[in-house]
Design a protein around this ligand. Structure first.
Ligand code: SF4
Length: 422
């Protein structure tokens, strides 16, 4: 999806084949989730209705390139990777942008090496108040209108989560953040919400169930402290701070799982306090879920109905939203996360990233040899289309199809029609 107002996103991030597929769907409502089918000879490539750059990512890239254009004489730094994609980050680095922290949060550039003359950009997933204070010490005023408008690329949907967390924290709710504790966005949300109320981070439904067991009186405070110590804000006391809760999420988590986390906690509060008092103990926060994450995840689920032989997911290995697309696909088919086409070594060998073991692996015989074959192809919210474009071309090449056959396929793009039950 290309947001017209973000005209500084470089053209070299788009890909001609992927653009044609997007154009094919451009007049359609966003709610339709039927995948697009690109037929190249006897190869079918299924592309989900929604994939790739989301609004927040395009906006962040647009702002970074605008800053480069408008401030050619100033040192420009990013607090950390602007988004979780190596192509984009390498591109920015080559244009002179420095990264103050690496992707593990380790500081690379000291406070003293940043001056008030510099431009510093906050990435799309935001940052913590502590890091903003550090910038202030370096002479960067993050409170000015200019800074917020031109240099703070925090996605408005992330800010919305913070605003809602602040509001509910002030009302006395403890904010349960469904997210990965070390992820920059969760750290940022934790930092912003703990200013206004107590917070606790839960990773998944299983952890939410542990919190629920404590709320319902099935777990001792000692055991609870052992499980969650360090994942809460200062002063948090499970015995007093889990009586009123509201759930917000790291926007790239599985939206479905966030809904489950909220439901598990709601049920526990219902059990403990009864239906009459539930509104006082549990706040509905469904409205903070990111629509783009929802779209991409739901469109990926719609791919599964077409029963592809395998899925290739393109994106950064540290991209949370991309990993969730892999989780959706791997429920029903072999699924390979790659960052670029050069990891498709041959029709016989693929180098890919195992999101569970967090390591690269090589798999043999990954591609069915005999046609017809149906492949699901998608990409994460931080992945430029050009990477998916190259992957598509390479896969077609493994079956002996070149640009001419792909072009023929583009002339007869179709929607995948679900099988009619008999
Ligand atoms: S996934 Fe949603 S919240 Fe995150 S950057 Fe994209 S649009 Fe914003």
């Amino acid at each position: 999806m290309a947001y017209k107002q973000f005209d500084r996103v470089p053209n070299h991030y788009s890909g001609p084949v992927i653009q044609r597929i997007k154009d094919f769907r451009q007049d359609e409502g966003k709610r339709s989730l039927q995948p697009t089918v690109l037929t190249v000879g006897a190869l079918e490539v299924l592309v989900p209705r929604h994939f790739g750059f989301c609004f927040g990512v395009e906006r962040a890239i647009h702002m970074a390139f605008s800053a480069l254009e408008r401030h050619p004489d100033r040192q420009i730094s990013l607090l950390s990777e602007i988004i979780h994609n190596p192509l984009v980050n390498d591109d920015l680095e080559q244009r002179g942008i420095r990264f103050i922290h690496d992707s593990d949060g380790e500081r690379r550039i000291e406070e003293s090496e940043i001056s008030s003359e510099d431009v510093v950009l906050i990435p799309a997933f935001g940052t913590t108040l502590e890091i903003e204070q550090s910038l202030q010490r370096s002479g960067i005023d993050t409170t000015t209108e200019e800074f917020r408008r031109d240099f703070d690329t925090t996605c408005p949907f992330v800010s919305k989560v913070w605003d809602r967390g602040e509001e509910l924290g002030r009302e006395g709710y403890t904010i349960i953040i469904h997210g990965k504790f070390r992820h920059e966005e969760t750290q940022a949300t934790h930092s912003h919400t703990k200013e206004h109320g107590r917070t606790l981070v839960v990773l998944n439904r299983a952890e939410a169930q542990q919190v629920a067991d404590f709320i319902a009186g099935r777990m001792s405070p000692e055991l609870f402290r052992g499980l969650f110590s360090g994942k809460w804000s200062e002063g948090f006391d499970p015995e007093t701070d889990l009586q009123r809760v509201a759930v917000v999420n790291q926007t790239t988590m599985l939206a479905e799982e966030t809904t489950e986390v909220a439901a598990v906690l709601r049920d526990a509060l219902l059990e403990r306090y009864g239906a009459d008092d539930l509104g006082h103990h549990f706040a509905d926060t469904n409205d903070t879920l990111c629509y783009a994450t929802n779209w991409n995840q739901n469109a990926t689920k719609a791919l599964l109905d077409a029963e592809p032989d395998l899925a290739v997911i393109v994106g950064g290995y540290n991209s949370s939203n991309t990993a969730h697309l892999v989780e959706i696909c791997e429920q029903v088919m072999p699924s390979f996360l790659i960052s670029a086409a050069d990891e498709l070594h041959s029709a016989d060998c693929i180098r890919h990233f195992d999101i569970h073991r967090r390591q690269y692996i090589e798999t043999r015989d990954w591609l069915p040899q005999n046609l017809p074959v149906r492949i699901a192809l998608t990409s994460g919210a931080s992945c430029p289309d050009v990477l998916m474009n190259d992957v598509l071309g390479r896969i077609a090449g493994f079956y002996g199809y070149g640009p001419e056959e792909v072009a023929l396929g583009l002339d007869r793009l179709a929607l995948h029609e679900p099988a009619v039950a008999v």
